[in-house]
Design a protein around this ligand. Structure first.
Ligand SMILES: [Zn+2]
Length: 221
């Protein structure tokens, strides 16, 4: 009796799983993710996850791949742990290049001065809910699904003030440091008492331009 029931039971289990709503449907077929490239952003176009993946870099808290070997920084170092529930996030590749340039400049300053560089990534990508909770701008460059901005700070208070002032002066003078950052796609510079915001989202309007490209500065210290 038991043996006879065995096959129908297997068949029933098989049919049961077949009848479940398909779980292996790729997210791209369910959700349409907004923006990844500047062009898509500007046109307010939508792209599928696959399309976006070609244009962005996935940052996972478990990924120990060296993303900036020169500085010993791993992929996971770019994952900011906070009360947000994100399990990882995408970054615009331009932002990754910009972070590399910021690190290089900071290390150059460190060797030229006695300023101890203890750089921390304060914010990269936030979920919509978390961004709202902490009072972030509704159109923040930090919003998921693709990060377009990084906030950095320096753990030592004295050095923090020095580095903030250094970048602040550079941006206002449009000196070589500013130009290096600009070349890497930096289009927003935000100065706070706790650190600096650098963003790569292309801007359409604004009073500040360099090489016919618009960029933004704000000083909230
Ligand atoms: Zn920011």
């Amino acid at each position: 009796m038991r043996k006879r029931l065995y096959i129908p039971r297997i068949l029933f289990i098989f049919l049961f799983f077949l009848s479940l709503p398909s779980c292996n449907v790729k997210p791209a077929q369910q959700n349409h993710y907004q923006v990844c490239t500047d062009e898509m952003w500007e046109e307010k176009a939508f792209c599928t996850l696959e399309e976006c993946q070609e244009e962005k870099i996935w940052i996972s808290p478990n990924d120990s791949t060296l993303i900036f070997p020169k500085f010993g920084i791993e992929n996971r170092d770019l994952f900011v742990q906070n009360r947000d529930r994100l399990k990882g996030y995408f970054l615009n590749p331009k932002l990754v290049n910009l972070i590399g340039e910021v690190l290089t400049i900071c290390h150059e300053i460190q060797t030229q001065t006695d300023k101890k560089l203890n750089l921390r990534f304060n914010s990269l990508v936030r979920s919509v809910a978390y961004n709202r909770r902490i009072g972030g701008a509704a159109n923040s460059e930090h919003l998921e699904p693709v990060g377009h901005a990084v906030d950095i700070r320096f753990s030592d208070g004295k050095a923090n003030r020095y580095f903030i002032q250094y970048f602040y002066k550079s941006v206002f003078k449009k000196d070589s440091t500013f130009q290096r950052l600009f070349e890497k796609g930096c289009r927003s510079f935000g100065f706070y008492s706790w650190g600096i915001h650098f963003g790569v989202r292309k801007r359409k309007r604004g009073s500040r331009t360099f090489n016919d490209e618009v960029y933004a500065i704000w000083d909230k210290r």
